[in-house]
Design a protein around this ligand. Structure first.
Ligand code: FES
Ligand SMILES: [Fe+2]
Length: 343
């Protein structure tokens, strides 16, 4: 009668991970960076989407464009991961040069009589779109971004998220499957056990979770001086938005492999003055401390799933409806989860 957790193999099998890359990560919109990172032409952000290297760049005409971070010659990575500015995109391997619109400008030492047609070798483009100050990219044409965002559209309609200024990016890496971390994020059931200080600072009896429309919303009245504002949101397939006093953070839960995950956190504040610098740093540190408290439990759970002996347990109807929603969406997006072939 209870809903059950996913079987362990979903978290550990490489074949499932490959299906997730194809069925979830290649076809969904992924949060890349705030729009404010793209001011001058050539401003770029390079990152990965479940193992696929990509970058978004502002072209000569002021248009945001996205490409695979992959040279058409012999496949080298073009831009180092992170944020930067370039006049053109030069491959470090054999110096092919691409324009900001992705067209190939030069392939040195190919002679004229070899007649390489430069126009045949542009970068592979990906879709890019902007929503409320945030830039998203999609590897293959998927659903419309607003369709994917679904319940979030009305949820944060009145929150002035565009008015917050980006302050800092923090990337955190740990050895567990991305879904173990997501299962953890979308429930408050673990707060008493894993986050004792946080537990004391909220009215846990009134912790509420709603799940549906690609959104999990968790709220709790806060007590005393908790920096959080008592509302935490998760959006299908892999990003989050949490409000704290004077700002918010977003995160993207990005798999680096079947058993390794990075969290890409961006912190935004209303007040980015020098005078408020210490208080911003304190808020970031306190946020990060809570996030890191979840890593050990995720790492050890992953090891237990890997070792065998785990049969799916029951999910709490009150506290784990977000877990159920997420897991159902995962299953819907995998082609043949019943019959995953052995490695
Ligand atoms: S791989 Fe880029 S120029 Fe050779
Ligand atoms: Fe947690």
């Amino acid at each position: 009668m209870f809903k059950e957790n996913l079987e362990a193999r979903y978290y550990t099998e490489s074949a499932i991970y490959r299906q997730e890359q194809a069925g979830i990560f290649n076809t969904s919109w992924q949060l890349i960076a705030p729009r404010s990172h793209f001011v001058e032409k050539g401003d770029y952000v390079a990152t990965e989407i479940a193992g696929t290297k990509v970058f978004v760049v502002l072209d000569e005409d002021g248009k945001l464009r996205g490409f695979r971070n992959l040279c058409r010659h012999r496949g080298a990575m073009l831009l180092e991961s992170g944020q930067g500015r370039c006049r053109s995109i030069r491959c470090p391997y054999h110096n092919w040069v691409y324009r900001l619109d992705g067209s190939l400008e030069r392939a040195p030492w190919f002679t004229e009589d070899e007649s390489l047609s430069l126009e045949n070798w542009p970068l592979h483009s990906i879709s890019v779109t902007l929503w409320r100050g945030l830039v998203f990219a999609c590897l293959e044409s998927g659903v419309a971004l607003t369709h994917q965002l679904d319940g979030l559209l009305s949820e944060i309609e009145k929150d002035p998220i565009e008015e917050y200024h980006w302050a800092e990016r923090r990337t955190l890496v740990f050895d567990a499957n991305w879904k173990i971390y997501t299962d953890n994020f979308v429930e408050g059931y673990h707060i008493p056990g894993i986050h004792p200080e946080f537990f004391k600072a909220i009215d846990f009896e009134q912790f509420e979770t709603t799940a549906g429309d690609n959104l999990v919303r968790m709220t709790a009245p806060t007590k005393g001086s908790l920096f959080y504002r008592g509302r935490w949101l998760w959006m299908w397939p892999n990003w989050t938005l949490s409000f704290f006093n004077g700002g918010m953070n977003t995160s993207r839960i990005n798999p680096l492999g079947v058993d390794r995950t990075e969290l890409i956190y961006d912190f935004y504040f209303a007040d980015v003055s020098d005078a408020a610098s210490d208080s911003r740093q304190e808020t970031i540190q306190r946020n990060i401390a809570v996030i890191e408290q979840d890593f050990d439990i995720c790492i050890h759970t992953h090891q237990n799933y890997l070792s065998g002996g785990y049969q799916p347990g029951p999910l709490s109807p009150r506290h784990e409806k977000g877990v159920h929603l997420f897991q159902e969406l995962v299953k819907q997006h995998l082609p043949s989860t019943r019959e995953v072939l052995p490695e």
